[in-house]
Design a protein around this ligand. Structure first.
Ligand SMILES: Nc1ncnc2c1ncn2[C@@H]1O[C@H](COP(=O)(O)OP(=O)(O)OP(=O)(O)O)[C@@H](O)[C@H]1O
Length: 570
């Protein structure tokens, strides 16, 4: 996983290299401070009365410190780091959401919505933070290497002792990496569980109130939060232990250096300036080792997070992450709409689709749809009507054969889309935005066209009562529409695509009888091909063909004559 993490960052190396360079510059100022201190103390130790060099070094120290502060706060912390971390974060989120949207509808979202939101937030954040952390600490370690070289020139033995302490602590810290990673994974999973419960509670708020089930949901949330707390405490405890291990390096190192150089100081071979340099650099090297420990932990954590994002995009395992990283270089373009080809025939044979882990769904369904006709699928509740439509459209994985104009459809999910097919599900989705945007949803057309399809969907009178007309804000954050209105807006969206085949799942639901009659009269007057699930006797009577499903199997196909009474406003 770590390898993929580095590949991800290497995909766009420039911001990382810029940050590496800035941090290196910052650390060089620290090296300079050590050398200036050494010079100041050595000069003081000579007992010289000449204050000139001291003033010069003090001035250089002040300039050096001021330059560091300006570079640190003014450039790195306030601009470069936030830009980089948010670019990585939002880049990952874009890629994951893009990959999910490109997946076949049948398998697009395999995790609860709350968990997905948690991963897109927390896990993308973790990788974004790692990006800036790695830049900062790679520079820190490189300059620590230079500091060790400078110290070795002054006293090789004391420096070797310090390096030995660092090596022991590093090995011990690395041994903790495995458990730290496992606990981080458990903690993230527990956080995802809490988000799932919160997502369900917020999404089903009204249902919970209506059923007076708030207590049950609160209890679920409490249990999930307790698990999350326990996992987070275990995670933090071990991560802190690992951090502390590295932190003691400074104290141990300074003590060891003092012991090792005491003899040479007495002999005058180790100056006061050298001691100042050693104490200052030991502190810096200790911090670098401490940072190395945190960096190692963070690599694990960021790797875990990248893996979790990869799962959303592609599925579990390394392959998923490789694919996610690969997307950085060659995000496949979204496929354009298929070429329009008039529907001459649609046939389905032996279509079988069972819901995973159950024997429910549909089995061995044969069906044919002729152009310009209304085909109705009916049957009792739970008979498999919705399953049949969704399997036909590739929204659910299914066996059997589908032929469009005689040609076998290999991938229904990619094939059964506008302008071939438009689908109105039982629960249509509206998005925050205006009525116009919800109908168009990416289709370029003028308002006259939007108004025409809204009229066809019998929303004309409703629209006349909306002061803002097409600019009326609908959807989750806008003025709410009634269930029937939302359904007809979604129908207008489908009609705007002018599909060869219109697939409707229970469009009559939530409509009064007059509106429903007008709606069906409009649909039939356009002589388009419609495949509709419905219970309404009038619509069934008007159909060219009626398929009756019972317990997932076809229980008869009839062809009633279209009665005239369904004629109405066109
Ligand atoms: N996601 C699912 N997982 C498991 N079983 C499911 C799932 N969705 C539906 N089912 C089951 O499959 C069967 C067919 O469901 P389906 O929704 O297709 O019926 P339907 O005829 O459309 O019902 P309704 O008239 O209520 O819309 C039912 O027994 C249902 O319980």
């Amino acid at each position: 996983m770590t390898w993929h993490l580095f590949r991800l960052l290497a995909g766009r190396p420039r911001p990382h290299l810029l940050l590496d360079a800035l941090w290196t510059l910052l650390r060089v100022t620290i090296l300079l401070t050590g050398l200036l201190l050494q010079a100041v103390f050595d000069h003081l130790a000579t007992g010289s009365q000449d204050r000139g060099p001291i003033v010069l070094w003090a001035a250089l120290l002040a300039v050096n410190e001021a330059a560091r502060l300006v570079l640190w706060y003014g450039v790195v912390l306030s601009r470069v780091e936030p830009t980089y971390t948010y670019t990585v974060r939002s880049g990952l989120q874009d890629r994951v959401v893009g990959a999910v949207l490109r997946r076949p509808a049948a398998t697009a979202l395999r995790h609860p919505v709350g968990d997905v939101v948690s991963r897109l937030g927390g896990d993308a954040d973790e990788v974004g933070v790692f990006a800036i952390w790695s830049a900062s600490n790679v520079a820190r370690l490189a300059i620590a290497g230079v500091a060790i070289a400078v110290m070795a020139r002054v006293d090789a033995v004391a420096t070797a002792g310090l390096v030995a302490v660092i090596a022991v602590v590093t090995v011990l810290g690395r041994l903790l990496n495995g458990p730290v990673g496992r606990r981080r994974e458990a903690s993230r999973a527990a956080a995802g569980e809490v988000s799932t419960v919160v997502g369900e509670a917020v999404g089903g708020f009204l249902a919970l109130k209506a059923a007076r089930a708030e207590g049950r949901m609160t209890e679920r949330l409490r249990v999930a939060s307790d698990r999350r707390r326990a996992a987070a405490v275990r995670d933090e405890a071990l991560a802190s232990a690992q951090e502390s291990l590295f932190r003691v390096t400074t104290a141990l190192g300074t003590g060891l250096v003092l012991l090792l150089v005491a003899g040479r100081m007495r002999e005058g071979a180790f100056s006061v300036g050298d001691l100042a340099l050693f104490v200052f650099y030991t502190q810096f090297i200790g911090e670098a080792v401490n940072a190395l420990g945190m960096l190692l932990g963070r690599i694990r954590q960021a790797g875990v997070s990248l893996g979790r994002l990869g799962e959303l995009a592609e599925g579990p395992g390394e392959v998923a992450v490789a694919a996610l990283v690969h997307l950085d270089h060659a995000a496949p373009p979204a496929p354009g709409p298929p070429r329009r080809e008039p529907l001459r025939s649609l046939s389905v044979s032996a279509l079988t689709c069972l819901h995973p882990g159950t024997d429910r769904g549909v089995r061995g369904v044969d069906l044919s749809v002729r152009p310009g006709t209304l085909t109705v699928v009916t049957g009792p509740v739970g008979a498999g009507k919705t399953t049949l439509l969704r399997a036909l459209l590739g929204v659910l994985p299914a066996g059997g054969e589908i032929r469009w104009n005689g040609e076998v459809v290999a991938d229904p999910g990619a094939f059964m889309v506008p302008p071939r097919v438009a689908y109105l599900p039982q629960v249509p989705a509206l998005f925050s935005g205006t009525l116009r945007e919800n109908v168009r949803l990416g289709v370029e057309c003028d308002d006259a066209e939007v108004l025409r399809v809204l009229e066809l969907a019998t929303l004309g009178p409703d629209l006349a009562a909306m002061p803002q007309g097409l600019d009326t804000v609908v959807g989750p954050r806008g003025a709410r529409l009634s269930g029937g209105q939302a359904r007809r807006v979604a129908l207008a969206r489908a009609l705007l695509r002018d599909p060869e085949l219109l697939v409707l799942d229970d469009v009559s639901n939530a409509l009064d009888l007059d509106t429903e009659r007008a709606l069906w009269a409009n649909l039939l007057a356009t002589a388009r091909t419609v495949l509709a699930v419905t219970h309404r006797a009038e619509v069934i009577a008007a159909a060219d063909r009626v398929v009756r499903l019972e317990a997932g199997r076809v229980h008869g196909v009839v062809a009633p004559r279209r009665p005239n009474e369904l004629s109405g406003p066109a």
